[in-house]
Design a protein around this ligand. Structure first.
Ligand SMILES: [Zn+2]
Length: 262
């Protein structure tokens, strides 16, 4: 594969005109998430009916309870994955604290709604066979734990963080005239290499002027990973620095003691 010639974009460097748009359909993902979550709650209702003994599948009440529990978990997880993805494409602002908290914890809230009522129902149902009750409770608890953990966003992003990361004119981005997106990595696998066009380098504002309105999702993911790795190593180097400083202090003290002896 031939290397593309890199040329500078014409005109002055500019910061993005507004919030940087990441490639992807956030509202579509949010709709998908809500549909999955509604189906999860529906499965919880089916499970409650199985606990009440309204119907029996495969001749076993336990099986009849477990099947909707597992499907419930699958729908909660599918919904949460879509919701988290949407939050990263179109993050909430930190200025509205309640919305920011809700948006980042919605998956966990839904996991609670989709499991706690049915767990309470199983535990309080008096005429349930004790063995069935025990196993059903354990399965529901494990499903709840898995759904809850996978729904939690361990690296939430805010509009302000995106603005800080991409909101200035100094960042180099790359695009080709035929492409629809701009990229933060010149070696991105999604850059269109089929044409003979040279690679254009400029600021995000210039890319927008060239009609490239979205940041490539592959490059965005790479940037986020690099950021997380940086934060992790930043913490480590701080610790190392502290250790070095305390060692230096100890050494100075030893020198002083030695001087006194002489
Ligand atoms: Zn890219």
């Amino acid at each position: 594969m031939a290397e593309k010639k890199i040329v500078k974009a014409a005109g002055e460097r500019k910061a993005p005109s507004g919030q940087v748009k990441i490639e992807g359909n956030a509202s579509g993902l949010r709709i998908g998430a809500v549909v999955c979550w509604v189906l999860a709650i529906a499965m919880e209702v089916v499970c409650c009916m199985a606990v009440a003994g309204k119907f029996v599948w495969f001749g076993s009440q336990l099986t009849t309870i477990i099947i909707p529990l597992v499907v419930d978990m699958a729908f909660v997880i599918a919904g949460s994955l879509m919701w988290k993805k949407a939050n990263h494409i179109d993050p909430a602002s930190e200025q509205n604290k309640l919305k920011f908290w809700l948006w980042n914890n919605m998956g966990v809230i839904v996991a609670c709604l989709a499991f706690i009522p049915v767990i309470i129902y199983i535990l309080t149902k008096k005429d349930l066979d004790p063995k069935t009750k025990k196993i059903a409770t354990a399965v529901a608890a494990v499903a709840f734990a898995i759904a809850g953990i996978t729904s939690y966003d361990f690296n939430p992003v805010s509009q302000e963080q995106l603005q800080e990361q991409y909101g200035n004119a100094d960042i180099d981005v790359y695009w080709v005239s035929t492409g629809a997106k701009y990229h933060t990595h010149a070696d991105c696998q999604y850059l269109d290499r089929s044409t003979q066009d040279s690679l254009i380098v400029g600021s995000i504002g210039q890319a927008e002027e060239a009609g490239k309105m979205e940041l490539c999702k592959g490059c965005y993911k790479k940037d986020q990973k690099a950021k997380e790795a940086n934060q992790a190593s930043g913490l480590q180097s701080e610790e190392v620095q502290q250790e070095e400083t305390s060692q230096a202090v100890e050494e100075t003290q030893t020198v002083e003691e030695n001087t006194e002896v002489e």
